[in-house]
Write a new protein. Sequence first.
Length: 135
Amino acid sequence: MAGIGGFETTLGGSSNFTGTATISEIVSINLPEINVTDIDVSSMDSASNFMEFVGGSKDPGSIECTVNYSKALDALMYAAVGDANETWTITFPDSCKWQSNGYVSNFGAGTAGPNEKVTRTFTIKCSGLPTHTTS
């Protein structure tokens, strides 16, 4: 059987936000998606009139997280929006880690309904080269 469940996956910051503690009450984490910028190098003599590309800079993506509402976490996230980069670490249940510098770029969306729990979402914009470690 391949794959693992997401239960016990954690997310924590290094200084500005959580001081190495993990964020509590996580409902889901959308993992970063690394994308490469396409550079168009087509010319009038490109083969068969097809566009040609080379890879440019890599965008390390964003971490999107949904948490159960708590007054304390809400206050921390509100205060952290736009702060300086810090190291964010996602630790998977098998102890592998994904780390990236980044800052809280978005906070506030969420849900609240008469028969639903209240949730909040936030986004961490990753910056620079991420690392992946296995143990």
